[in-house]
Design a protein around this ligand. Structure first.
Ligand code: C5P
Length: 235
């Protein structure tokens, strides 16, 4: 069973800023490298984090024809990341091709899918994407496609975790951003939950950026969020 954890989103433009943050952490953590950092710093930022003992979720959200997604997975496997992702909107064959490539590379990395971006509203779904089903049903359907394709889980809102676990099983992983401690600023996140709520809802991993990176004492903020999310299981 996958160990639950807090993933810290390194939403920075440069390695320098990453170094300044991580210098405040006495032990290795689970990090998320997104497009902003990766497209500036390239694979060397992942190599640096892995050399320092950190785990890395490389959040590049692949969405292309199956053959190209397989190639992207192959390239990322060489970086020895712990988690990577694709867009479920690319379809089952595309996701399957990524999952098969992971097996071919004998990688232990988790491959998960983005169901719907949390910035997608019911209105966008209907009027721009011409999807008439409600958002929650679409999320569940995309999650189910991801499982069929052999992926290990999805990125979703913590509020969607109970529905996903009910239909797809406890072992199907849920990685949930949009986390805010009760006293933190929401920023641009709309549907937020606290780390305690994410625990109660059954999230496997919470992704937390600004409540940690912008805190006066990031390590103290990280520990408090981790304790609240893991409860008794904290190690
Ligand atoms: O700073 P904050 O805690 O809002 O950061 C959340 C992180 O999770 C960001 O890196 C953001 O891109 C990512 N994310 C999200 N909502 C999604 C998918 C990813 O907030 N649906």
């Amino acid at each position: 069973m996958t160990k639950k954890d807090v993933i810290v989103a390194l939403d920075y433009q440069s390695k320098k800023e990453v170094e300044a943050l991580l210098a405040q952490f006495p032990e290795p953590i689970y990090t998320k490298v997104g497009m902003e950092l990766f497209y500036r710093e390239g694979p060397s930022i992942v190599n640096y984090l892995k050399d320092q003992g950190h785990r890395v979720f490389l959040d590049l959200k692949f969405h292309d024809i199956p053959n190209t997604v397989a190639g992207a997975v192959r390239s990322v496997c060489a970086l020895n990341v712990d988690m990577m992702n694709v867009q479920a909107a690319g379809g089952i064959q595309m996701m399957e091709s990524g999952a098969k490539e992971l097996l071919a590379q004998k990688s232990n990395a988790l491959l998960i899918a983005i169901t719907m971006l949390t910035s997608t509203s019911d209105e966008i779904l209907k009027e721009e994407l011409l999807i008439q089903e409600p958002l929650s049903e679409t999320v569940l359907h995309y999650a189910s496609n991801s499982k069929k394709a052999g992926l290990q889980g999805v990125v979703c809102s913590a509020l969607e975790v109970p529905l996903i676990k009910k239909h797809l099983g406890e072992d199907f992983l849920t990685v949930t951003p949009g986390i805010r401690p009760a006293d933190a600023a929401k920023g641009d996140q709309v549907r937020v939950v606290t780390p305690e709520e994410a625990r109660a809802l059954g999230s496997d991993f919470i992704v937390v950026g600004r409540p940690i990176t912008k805190a006066p004492d990031p390590y103290a903020a990280y520990l408090a969020i981790r304790r609240a999310f893991l409860g008794e299981d904290v190690s």
